[in-house]
Ligand binder design. Structure first.
Ligand code: TRH
Length: 402
């Protein structure tokens, strides 16, 4: 029997770095996965190579184009003369992905419109647990000037969305790590962290406004155990320095009461996954680390990316409703306090520390966190659902042309 391989697709993905590392973090993860698991030729256009370099130190800032891990990286500039030449090349691809509505260059849209076989144009959206996402997933908008169709593809945590980004071997790798008794201590010792018998390990990735000192105070006063807190360099520096009363530096260790804080370097995305797997509780933020914490199957606290006019508040609410944790109201109170939500500010009693019960609660959360991760992994990954959607669109388009 002759098995015909599907055609190898050419895909261009555009990413603008709005802030921090989440935009390029998600895009880079998706590019690598599409190339490695779906044999797609991937070109990634990114406007901020310096932010990309933090995630991926091999990125060179002086090159307009470079090849990394099988993906072609192009520095996306707004230079009209560059686009005059390059737009044609993008327009002949099978797929163009506009990440997070970043607006394709005008010249690319015009070249796509002139093409006999325009690429499938997809806008990969930000993650949200809000109900409207399910009804907008897969929807089309028609570009007013050219009539080109743009498809909206949403990641998500329900079966009516595109799912989350994870590799085929994610679960087996994670579970092998959990099963090997020494994996955690070996991994952490590479980062200069040694574990003691009665320790609880916590990672702390958040925005500068988080009430970090209040949390560290609870850790410092924990009795009968040591809380090992892992802080990526550059995160919550002012609050942590204020708490320990000294300058903090990468590689150094700070101790107050039962709280031992290690300042870690920014690690690779693969190593960050393992770091989350090592912890009993993870504080994560934005989009991509939030997803990784869910997939880790460990209890976590989410610092949502703060938006103007409190637009992030219903998003946080929607996730909490979907997550439906058994200790719902306690978890809600902690997440509200961590995110400085107006309700928690109004309710807060100056003498009460909102994180007082966090260590006991996170132990109780463990079974729910595991079940949640299993459900997400069973829903199928974003990359496979996206490729299936793209192939269907290509098939429909070629049927129309022939
Ligand atoms: O950096 P972020 O705050 O990014 C945010 C969000 O994406 C938000 O939705 C978006 O609107 C805003 O940027 C502009 O948080 P996030 O999404 O968790 O991205 C961090 C990335 O960094 C993620 O890919 C994980 C990665 N990372 C590492 O690879 N190593 C590390 O040591 C750490 C701490 C993170």
């Amino acid at each position: 029997m002759i098995v015909t391989q599907p055609k190898k697709l050419n895909l261009h993905l555009f990413c603008r770095v709005v802030d921090n590392y989440g935009d390029i973090g998600v895009c880079w993860r998706l590019c690598k996965l599409l190339q490695a698991e779906h044999q797609i030729n991937v070109a990634c256009w990114v406007d901020d190579l310096a932010s990309f370099q933090v995630l991926c130190p091999a990125v060179r800032l002086d090159l307009a184009s470079q090849e990394l891990e099988g993906v072609t990286i192009h520095h996306w500039t707004d230079s009209e003369s560059d686009w005059h030449k390059q737009a044609q090349q993008v327009a002949t691809a099978d797929v163009v992905i506009e990440a997070f509505a970043c607006n394709l260059p005008e010249q690319v849209i015009l070249a796509m419109a002139k093409s006999k076989r325009p690429p499938v144009w997809i806008n990969v959206e930000y993650l949200s647990a809000e109900a409207w996402v399910e009804s907008c997933h897969g929807m089309i908008s028609v570009h007013p000037q050219t009539g080109l169709k743009k498809h909206f593809f949403f990641p998500g945590m329900t079966s009516k969305t595109g799912g989350l980004i994870f590799s085929r071997d994610f679960k087996s790798k994670r579970d092998a790590f959990f099963a090997r008794v020494t994996a955690r201590s070996e991994f952490l010792s590479e980062l200069g962290v040694s574990l003691s018998a009665q320790c609880v390990v916590v990672s702390l990735f958040c925005y500068p406004e988080a009430p970090v000192a209040q949390l560290l105070e609870v850790f410092a006063q924990a009795s009968g155990k040591q809380i090992i807190c892992l802080l990526p360099v550059g995160v919550a520096t002012a609050a942590v320095q204020g708490f320990f009363g000294q300058q903090i530096e990468v590689g150094a260790v700070y101790q107050k009461g039962s709280c031992q804080l290690h300042v870690l370097p920014f690690v690779s995305q693969a190593a960050y996954d393992r770091l989350l797997w090592c912890c009993d509780l993870n504080f994560v933020r934005g989009e991509d680390s939030f997803v990784r914490a869910q997939l880790a199957g460990k209890p976590f606290v989410w610092h949502i990316y703060p938006q103007q006019d409190d637009a992030h508040v219903p998003k946080l609410e929607a996730f909490l409703n979907l997550y439906d944790a058994p200790i719902g109201s306690d978890l809600r109170a902690i997440w509200a306090a961590w995110n400085l939500l107006p309700e928690s500010i109004a309710l807060s009693d100056e003498n009460a520390n909102p994180f007082e019960k966090i260590l006991a609660l996170s132990e109780q959360m463990q079974p729910h966190a595991e079940k949640w991760a299993e459900n997400l992994l069973n829903q199928g990954d974003f990359g496979s659902q996206l490729v299936q959607f793209i192939r269907q669109e290509i098939h429909k388009n070629s049927a129309k042309i022939s």
